[in-house]
Design a protein around this ligand. Structure first.
Ligand code: ADE
Ligand code: ZN
Length: 322
C-alpha cells in the first residue's frame, strides 16, 4: 500500500485524464454520439494510432472554459485525495482553437480549475503546453509561440507529443528553440513508440532536462549511460507502456534497470483512464511490480520535484512537504 506516501506527477495529458463518466455526461450535454470511442464505461481503442484518434474524439466533448475548469479540478482533486502535492498537466491550446473555444479561453478554464483545486486541497500544479507531431511542424511552432508569449506564470514547460513515427525530432527543432528562448522547461515524448534512436535525436536536437517515457533507451547501453551522465530525468509511465504494448509485461519493463544504471526516473500515469490506470496504481506498481520500498519510492517523488518546472521558492516549499 502506498496511500500514506506523498506523490508528485510530471506527465499527464489533461484530456487523457478525463473520467469516462464525466466524458459521458459531457457527450449527453452536447448531444454528441461518443459510443464508438466510449463503451461500458471504458474508452475504446486497439493500438497507438487508434488511441490518438480516441483521445481527440474524447477531447471534443469538452467545449467551454467551464468544461475545462471542471475537468482540471476533478483530476487534481482525485490526485490530492491520494496525497499528491504536485502535478504537471500537459495541455494543448491548439485543441482550444480547433473546437472554436480559442487558446486563451481554454487555458483560462484550466487555470480556474487549478485555482479551485489549490483552494480546496493545497495541491500545486503547472502547465506544459504541447505540440502534436501529427498536426505537423507549423502547428507545433504555433504552440511554442503561444506558450512563449502567453506570459502566464502557470505555463512553465513545453513538450512534443502525438504520433512519434511522424517526422524526425529535427523537423520540430524550431519550436523547441522558441520555447527554450522563452525560458520554458523542455521535455519531449521519445523512446515510446520509436526505438532508442528517437531518444538520441531528442538529446542531440532539443537538449531537454526531461524526456517523456524514454524507456526504449534500454535498447542501447551507450545511450543509457549518456542519459545517466547527463542527469536527464525520464517521465516513466509503466501502466501506459504495458497498455500500449511497448513491453509485453511489467517483468519486461526496464524501470528498475534504468534506475540501477543511474538514470534519474520518475513515475506518472500519462492518460490514466485510457490505460486502466491512475497515479495511485502507478505508485502501487512501483511497490508490487517493481519491488521498490517506501524510501526508494520517496526518492522517485523527490526526483520529480527536483525536475519540476517550477520556480525555486516553490521547489523548496514542495521538498519541505515531502
Ligand atoms: N498524447 C497523449 N498520450 C500520448 C502518449 N502516450 N504518447 C504520445 N502522445 C500522446
Ligand atoms: Zn504522454
Amino acid at each position: 500500500m502506498t496511500l500514506h506516501l506523498k506523490k508528485a506527477e510530471l506527465h499527464c495529458h489533461l484530456e487523457g485524464a478525463a473520467p469516462p463518466a464525466l466524458t459521458e455526461a459531457q457527450a449527453r450535454k452536447y448531444n454528441i454520439d461518443i459510443s464508438a470511442y466510449l463503451r461500458g464505461g471504458a474508452y475504446v481503442w486497439h493500438d497507438f494510432a487508434s488511441f490518438l484518434e480516441c483521445y481527440d474524439k474524447v477531447s471534443e466533448v469538452y467545449k467551454t472554459d467551464e468544461d475545462y475548469a471542471l475537468l482540471t479540478e476533478t483530476y487534481l482533486q482525485e490526485l490530492a485525495e491520494i496525497g499528491t502535492i504536485y502535478s504537471e498537466l500537459i495541455v494543448s491550446p491548439d485543441h482550444g482553437k480547433r473546437i472554436g473555444l480559442g487558446a486563451d479561453a481554454y487555458i483560462a478554464g484550466v487555470c480556474e480549475g487549478i485555482r479551485r483545486a489549490k483552494a480546496k486541497s493545497g495541491i500545486e500544479a503547472r502547465l506544459i503546453v504541447t505540440g502534436e507531431r501529427h498536426f505537423g511542424p507549423e502547428s507545433v511552432i504555433g504552440a511554442a509561440e503561444y506558450a512563449a508569449k502567453a506570459g502566464n506564470p502557470l505555463i512553465t514547460g513545453f513538450n512534443l507529443a502525438g504520433e512519434e513515427r511522424m517526422g524526425r525530432v529535427a523537423d520540430y527543432a524550431r519550436a523547441f528553440d522558441i520555447a527554450r528562448d522563452a525560458g520554458l522547461g523542455l521535455t519531449i515524448h521519445a523512446g515510446e513508440v520509436c526505438g532508442a534512436f528517437s531518444v538520441s535525436d531528442a538529446l542531440d536536437v532539443v537538449r531537454p532536462s526531461r524526456i517523456g517515457h524514454g524507456v526504449r533507451a534500454i535498447e542501447d547501453a551507450d545511450l543509457v549511460k549518456r542519459l545517466a551522465d547527463l542527469g536527464t530525468v525520464l517521465e516513466v509511465c509503466p501502466g501506459s507502456n504495458i497498455a500500449l504494448n511497448v513491453f509485453p509485461d511489467f517483468a519486461a519493463h526496464p524501470l528498475r534497470k534504468l534506475k540501477e544504471t543511474g538514470v534519474r526516473v520518475t513515475i506518472s500515469s500519462d492518460d490514466p483512464p485510457f490505460f486502466h490506470t491512475s497515479l495511485k496504481r502507478e505508485y502501487e506498481l512501483a511497490s508490487d511490480a517493481f519491488g521498490f520500498n517506501d524510501s526508494e519510492i520517496n526518492a522517485l517523488t523527490r526526483t520529480a520535484i527536483e525536475a519540476a518546472f517550477v520556480d525555486e521558492a516553490t521547489r523548496v516549499a514542495l521538498l519541505a512537504r515531502l
